[in-house]
Design a protein around this ligand. Structure first.
Ligand SMILES: [Cu+2]
Length: 170
């Protein structure tokens, strides 16, 4: 009953009463104007808020380090991860010292290079089967690239007890 009375008072009664109708139209116009004004304000408020968000990164948060040029645009470069990129060949050092190769056993990948350096005061060689060095004086080096997989035993020519090996995998 209460709702019916409310509906009648607000919607039905004004239809039969021009004075109340005019009043309602006046109120409606005022409400509309208020909504437009508030809507406009809200629009600018949102714009202002968005601008603040855009400007936010330009405000640096510096902890300790003052040597940051805030005017510089630092581009965000995505990390490039190429999983198909082949492993770059390496050069691995083997030392000849105290009448021994060190390390005596070394595992490498095909394409890697071994560089032997003689640190002894006597002449040594790096002598494999079908490959090897000339005589190496103190401080001299010899490099060899292993392109084929396999186990490569080698020794020193003048000192056959000096043995070592390189294990090459693909
Ligand atoms: Cu030797």
């Amino acid at each position: 009953m209460c709702i019916m009375a409310w509906v009648y008072g607000f919607f039905i009664l004004p239809l039969n009463n021009l004075k109340i109708m005019k009043k309602y139209i006046f109120i409606a116009v005022i409400l509309l104007a208020v909504m437009i004004i508030l809507g406009g304000c809200n629009y600018y408020a949102v714009q202002s808020e968005n601008t603040n968000v855009i400007n936010a990164p330009k405000t640096p948060i510096v902890n300790g380090n003052a040597n940051i040029n805030t005017n510089e645009n630092i581009p965000l470069v995505p990390p490039t991860i190429n999983v198909n990129q082949p492993v770059q060949p390496k050069t691995i050092q083997v030392q000849i010292a105290n009448f021994a190769f060190s390390p005596a056993t070394l595992a490498i990948k095909a394409g890697d290079t071994i560089k032997w350096t003689n640190n002894d005061s006597v002449i040594h060689t790096v002598s494999g089967t079908g490959w090897g060095s000339e005589s190496l004086n103190t401080g001299q080096s010899f490099s060899y690239t292993f392109n084929q997989a396999g186990t490569y035993d080698y020794h020193c020519g003048p000192h056959p007890s000096m043995t070592a090996k390189i294990i090459v995998t693909q």
